[in-house]
Ligand binder design. Structure first.
Ligand code: 5GP
Length: 123
């Protein structure tokens, strides 16, 4: 169930400010409030989807295409396409998803080290 009072829904409605880096009819992208890398941008679809699971199951092809096309463009606009970047989409409890509106993190601007939190993953 989508909670329309989540923080990204409020940002999308303009009720809470953000440092916007890109917007079109389908997508809003803004800097993460607590950056984990020199480049840390969140890309959010304007549709009401709880997480990647919800988005991938329910979004129509035109929204899926618009979203992923925007992610690539934003990364290029940020200038991290040459040096490299990481995409993260947390879904649900085990991934510690904090905000229940689907979003992708674009992380870059430095060497990010091993896959995700490789040295901290439970084995
Ligand atoms: P998640 O764990 O859900 O994948 O990540 C949520 C992200 O949203 C975190 O990196 C957190 O720093 C960021 N965040 C939480 N609240 C706000 C906010 O009000 N503004 C912005 N710009 N980022 C936020």
């Amino acid at each position: 169930m989508y909670d329309s009072n989540n923080i990204f829904a409020k940002i999308l409605r303009g009720e809470i400010p953000c440092k916007k880096v890109f917007e079109n009819e389908a997508v809003l992208a803004f800097h993460d409030i607590a950056p984990a890398a020199p480049v840390h941008v969140l890309v959010v679809p304007k549709g009401a989807y709880v997480s990647f699971d919800d988005f991938s199951a329910k979004a129509p092809p035109v929204e899926l295409h618009a979203f992923w096309e925007a992610v690539g463009k934003i990364a290029r606009d940020l200038g991290v396409d040459k040096s490299g970047y990481r995409l993260i989409a947390n879904h649900g409890k085990d991934a510690a998803q904090a905000v229940p509106h689907f979003h992708v993190h674009i992380l870059g601007g430095t060497a990010l080290g091993g896959l995700v939190a490789g040295d901290r993953l439970a084995r």
